[in-house]
Ligand binder design. Sequence first.
Ligand code: XIL
Length: 366
Amino acid sequence: MRTHFTIVLTLLSLSYIQAQGLRETVGQYCFFGSALNTKQCIGRSTSVNQIVDTHFNAAVAENCMKPESLQPTEGHFDFTEGDRFISYCQEHNLTPFGHVLIWHEQTPKWMFLDEDGNTASSDLLKERMRKYIMTVVGHFHGKVKGWDVVNEAVNDDGTLRQSPYYNILGEEFIELAFRYAHEADPDVELYYNDYSMSCPAKRATVCRLVRQLKAKGLRIDAVGMQSHNGMDYPVLADYEESIEAFAACGVKVMMTELDINVLPKPENFGGADITMDFRYDEKMNPYRNGLPADMVKTFTDRYMEFFRLYYKHRDKISRINFWGLTDADTWLNDWPIKGRTNYPLLFDRSHKAKPVVAEIIKLYKQ
Ligand code: XIL
């Protein structure tokens, strides 16, 4: 009888330790999320649901809330998949975040053209931006906590990206986007989001933009550092300086698209421009049959360098969000080279937690 009792107790405490996840530890300090794809949102995979329920309290739609999905042709909005994402979040107690309103990528070409196929006038583009933001932010009113209002408007050297938005409207497009979004939903949080945010010149421009928006009385709640990181980039000190600099502008900081690319870098590779596309070469795909033990250790250590920073600056960081749930579904299997086997996330191809998960939990329970 006594032995039975002890066995039951041991089993109970073991399952308690297992059930203890990132949600209850890191999630106490900030939103802790993942990008989810459309298939995951259907909710049929028990192992996906289990990871989500144990470890996360927030989520972003990986693709289905981008302009090309929500308004593929002018005037025709399709919220089917976006609504499914929201329902999944509601069923799994995740706070949904919106990604993304104004971005030069994954936005249909017609947005920037008039009816004759010429470049749209500034008035036409403003009207389309306004309509898009009003309709989309209005549709998700009360359902998402915040929106990435503008994504990737700044180059690494601090100049503004010559995107169609910039070329047609100049820098004003940023201010307009924030203005329309706030008008559409005065309660929703608004963010500026970008990659390579440790670059000093980029950091300075983003700070200038944030200060400018605030000086004009416009709402901006946080800066999103995408954080598509690698084993040897960014330089940690630069990354930390950016966290501090953005916080000093009076906004929260969010790690919006965290992953760590373990594969070799093509020459001239940097940032997270989704149009980058290098040719496949076996040499660039060295871990097809699994990540060697020493690499697993380096990977864990590298993640911990970032998480020690996140812990240290937990008063400034309001969200940490991974760009994908498991190595089986990461975009880094196909970007910037198609067909590779990458290992950038906390859960492996068989949906098992990697050793780094326990390390992060330990750090936040200290
Ligand atoms: C990526 C998705 O993960 C891919 O599935 C898609 O094909 C391209 O876009 N920065 C962003 C994200 O802001 O929206 C991008 O997501 C990755 C880079």
